[in-house]
Design a protein around this ligand. Structure first.
Ligand code: NKO
Length: 193
């Protein structure tokens, strides 16, 4: 099906757009890869380039996941919608435009999960916001929120393809936080701001 292949490929190319780098650069701020944690995500853009740039990066990274996944949900079967979501997510983590050195996938996964299961999105977002607020460290929230995402999709009776896709995404997000985990264990993790 050409629509499916087109959406998978398009989702990857959209997911790969480095919002954090573009927003910082267009706003005349320094490249997030050169400061803080060195990550291109909304948290580090907040740290390096300020609140407006961080909020814009969050909105764009959410949209990179939600947009292509919504298009797939309207046009295709659940298993195809699952793969299109994974493609957008993979684009953010392994972006062709940045020599495949991308982000940690938290916001883009949230955008995908918003379409698959709005209730799961709310649960994960609430966990992230609450734990980031209590600990002052976004990675704690991201690990607990995204790590538990498959559970929320299971409780929400999501199609099996989406559930398994979320297991893979969840695992990749935890793996991309391996440096954060080392820093958390040694009490050296970066603060939110
Ligand atoms: O730099 O290693 P770092 O400390 O930056 O970063 C660790 C972090 C990496 O992940 C990110 C993405 C952060 C996403 C936070 C999502 C917060 C919950 C979103 C609620 C959605 C509300 C919608 C409002 C739209 C304007 O883990």
């Amino acid at each position: 099906d050409w629509r499916f292949l087109g959406l998978v490929f398009g989702a990857y190319l959209i997911g790969a757009i480095p919002s954090g780098v573009l927003v910082s650069r267009l706003g005349g701020k320094s490249d997030p890869r050169l400061g803080g944690s060195g990550n291109i995500g909304a948290t580090n853009v907040l740290r390096v380039s300020g609140r407006l740039a961080g909020a814009l990066t969050l909105a764009l990274d959410l949209a990179k996941g939600a947009g292509p996944t919504l298009a797939a949900a309207l046009l295709l079967a659940p298993w195809q919608t699952a793969l299109v979501g994974v493609a957008a997510f993979a684009g953010h983590i392994f972006p062709v435009y940045l020599h495949f050195r991308g982000g940690k996938g938290v916001a883009t996964a949230l955008g995908v999960w918003l379409i698959w299961s709005p209730a799961s999105f709310l649960a994960v977002a609430a966990i992230i916001v609450f734990l980031a607020w209590r600990t002052g460290q976004m990675s704690v929230g991201s690990l607990a929120g995204c790590g538990s995402a498959p559970l929320w999709l299971l409780i929400d009776h999501c199609p099996a393809a989406m559930l398994w896709a979320a297991v893979v995404m969840s695992g990749l997000i935890v793996w991309r936080h391996k440096d954060n985990i080392v820093r958390l264990r040694s009490g050296m993790e970066n603060k939110l701001k």
